[in-house]
Design a protein around this ligand. Structure first.
Ligand SMILES: Cc1cc2nc3c(=O)[nH]c(=O)nc-3n(C[C@H](O)[C@H](O)[C@H](O)COP(=O)(O)OP(=O)(O)OC[C@H]3O[C@@H](n4cnc5c(N)ncnc54)[C@H](O)[C@@H]3O)c2cc1C
Length: 420
C-alpha cells in the first residue's frame, strides 16, 4: 500500500489535516483506531477560555499567553493561522455553519449551567450567548438522561457573569409523547428529524413560554437534517432556539465528524477506521512506512512521503505510561516532553488541579515536526497535530479543539508547501 501522505488519527486534528491534504491533490490515507473525541466533546471550537482567568478576547490574550509559555503549541501557531483554520472549517460545513471570531469569546451555557467561553460555535448554539443577559427557558425531554434543565437553570441564575449582565433562566419539562423508555441523544436527534414529533413538541411548549424568552434544547436537534430541524423548530416557536451541548455522546460532535469525514471522502481520501498504527519503519532520519494492524489482517506497511501524527493524548493511548512508570509515544517511539523527573509526583488528587503530567506530549519545531530528546528534529517528514502536542493543558485552558483545528490545518499547509 502506498500514499503521498498518511495521517494517523481520525479526531479533529487528523481529519482537518486529511481533508486539506486530499483537497490539495495529495493521495492521502487516514488511519484511525476509532473516531476520537469528537463523538464525546461539544463541537465548539474553544481557542482559549482561561489563562488562568476567564478570557473574553482570545486574540488580545494570545500574545501574552504564549510569551509566558514558550513551549505551548500556540507559540508555534500564529493567531492568523488559528483564525484561518476556523474560517476554513466554516467554509467546509455548509450544513453546519460556524459563527464567531477570534476577537471575542461567546459565553455559552453547559449542560450543568456553567458559562463556558468559546470563540467559534455552531450557529445553532449562538443564541445561547449569555453575554446579552436574556431570558431563557430550557426544555427538558422526559426520556433523556443526563440533561436536567432545572439544575442548568438554577446554576445559571447563580453563575458569575460579566459585570452588568443578568440572566433569567427557568426549566420547562416536556412530556414528549411516544417515548416510553430512556432515549439516547442520538435517538432524540432522529426523532426531532420527524416533522410530526417537532409539531407535538412545539404544541406543548408554545403555550408555556413567556414573552421574550429564548429556548434552549439539549443538543439533539437532528443528526443528518440538523439545520432544517433547528430552523423549523425556531419557526414554530417564533423565537430564538439554541442547542446546549450534552454530556457524551455528543450529537453536535458527531455531526462535525460526519461533515469532515464526508469532505475527506469526497476529496478522494482513503479512510481506514478500525485500524491501529502499531509501528513505523524509518531510514536516514525519515519515516518510510507506517505499519497498520486490524483485528483480521496481518500487519500492513503503508509507504508515503509525509506522515502526520494526530493520535490524541493519554486518553487515546497515543501517549502511555508503562508499568515501570516510563512514558512512551505509541506509534513512532518519539520522545515525550514535559514528564516530571523520576521521584517527582506525577499526579495530584484533584483532576482539574495543576497536574504535573498535564503538559506531557510531543515537543515540536516551528513546522510542528517532533523533536528528539536532544531538541533536534526526529524525522524530517513527520508532523504532529492536536492533543498529542506537549506544552498545553487543554482541559484547564479550554483550548482543546482550537489547538486540534489550528495544528491540523498548519501541518497540512506545511506538507502542501513542501509538495509544491
Ligand atoms: C468528553 C470530552 C469533552 C471535551 N470537552 C472539550 C471542550 O469543551 N472544549 C475543548 O476545546 N476541548 C474539549 N475536549 C478536548 C478536545 O475534544 C480534544 O482536545 C480534541 O478534540 C483533540 O483532538 P485530536 O484530534 O488531537 O485527538 P482525538 O480526538 O483524541 O483523536 C485521536 C485519534 O487518534 C486515533 N488513534 C490513537 N492512537 C492511534 C493509533 N495507534 N493508530 C490509529 N489511530 C490512533 C484515535 O482513535 C482517534 O481517532 C473534550 C474531550 C472530551 C473527551
Amino acid at each position: 500500500m502506498s500514499a503521498d501522505a498518511v495521517v494517523v488519527g481520525a479526531g479533529l486534528a487528523g481529519l482537518t489535516a486529511g481533508v486539506r491534504l486530499a483537497e490539495a491533490g495529495l493521495r492521502t490515507t487516514l488511519v484511525g483506531k476509532g473516531p476520537g473525541a469528537m463523538h464525546l466533546a461539544p463541537a465548539t471550537i474553544d481557542v482559549l477560555g482561561y489563562a488562568p482567568d476567564l478570557v473574553e478576547r482570545p486574540a488580545a490574550a494570545l500574545p501574552s499567553f504564549v510569551a509566558e509559555r514558550p513551549d505551548h503549541p500556540y507559540a508555534r501557531l500564529s493567531a492568523d493561522t488559528v483564525a484561518a483554520s476556523a474560517e476554513w472549517l466554516s467554509a467546509h460545513m455548509p450544513p453546519l455553519a460556524y459563527v464567531g471570531t477570534l476577537e471575542e469569546n461567546y459565553l455559552l451555557p453547559t449542560a450543568v449551567g456553567v458559562p463556558k467561553p468559546s470563540a467559534f460555535v455552531p450557529e445553532a448554539m449562538a443564541a445561547g450567548d449569555l453575554r446579552s443577559g436574556s431570558r431563557f427557558a430550557f426544555a427538558g425531554l422526559r426520556a433523556l438522561k443526563d440533561f436536567y434543565p432545572a439544575l442548568l437553570a438554577d446554576n445559571l441564575s447563580q453563575a458569575k457573569l460579566p459585570t452588568g449582565v443578568t440572566v433569567d433562566a427557568r426549566a420547562v419539562h416536556l412530556s414528549d409523547p411516544g417515548t416510553e423508555a430512556d432515549v439516547s441523544p442520538l435517538g432524540y436527534a432522529r426523532m426531532f428529524e420527524d416533522r410530526e414529533f417537532r409539531s407535538v413538541v412545539a404544541a406543548e411548549l408554545l403555550p408555556r413560554l413567556e414573552p421574550g424568552e429564548s429556548v434552549g434544547f439539549p443538543s439533539v436537534l437532528g443528526l443528518h437534517e440538523h439545520r432544517t430541524t433547528w430552523l423549523d423548530l425556531q419557526d414554530r416557536l417564533g423565537r430564538p432556539v439554541f442547542e446546549v451541548p450534552t454530556l457524551p455522546p455528543s450529537v453536535a460532535g458527531i455531526r462535525l465528524f460526519h461533515a469532515l469525514r464526508d469532505a475527506f471522502l469526497a476529496a478522494g481520501g482513503r479512510l481506514l477506521i478500525g485500524s491501529t498504527a502499531a509501528g513505523a519503519e524509518t531510514k536516514d532520519g525519515v519515516v518510510t512506512h507506517v505499519v497498520i494492524q486490524t483485528a483480521a489482517a496481518r500487519p500492513t506497511p503503508i509507504e508515503a512521503r509525509w506522515f502526520v501524527l494526530a493520535t490524541g493524548g493519554f486518553a487515546e493511548g497515543a501517549i502511555f505510561l508503562d508499568s515501570y512508570g516510563e512514558v512512551h509515544e505509541s506509534v513512532f517511539g518519539l520522545a515525550v516532553s514535559g514528564v516530571p523527573a523520576a521521584g517527582e509526583p506525577r499526579f495530584v488528587p484533584r483532576y482539574f488541579d495543576d497536574q504535573p503530567m498535564g503538559r506531557a506530549g510531543i515537543a515540536v519545531d516551528e513546522r510542528l515536526r517532533p523533536l528528539d530528546a536532544d531538541g533536534n528534529v526526529a524525522f524530517r517528514n513527520l508532523f504532529t497535530a492536536g492533543a498529542a502536542l506537549g506544552g498545553a493543558e487543554p482541559w484547564r485552558e479550554l483550548s482543546g479543539n482550537g489547538l486540534a483545528l489550528a495544528s491540523g490545518f498548519a501541518v497540512a499547509s506545511a506538507i502542501v508547501e513542501w509538495a509544491s
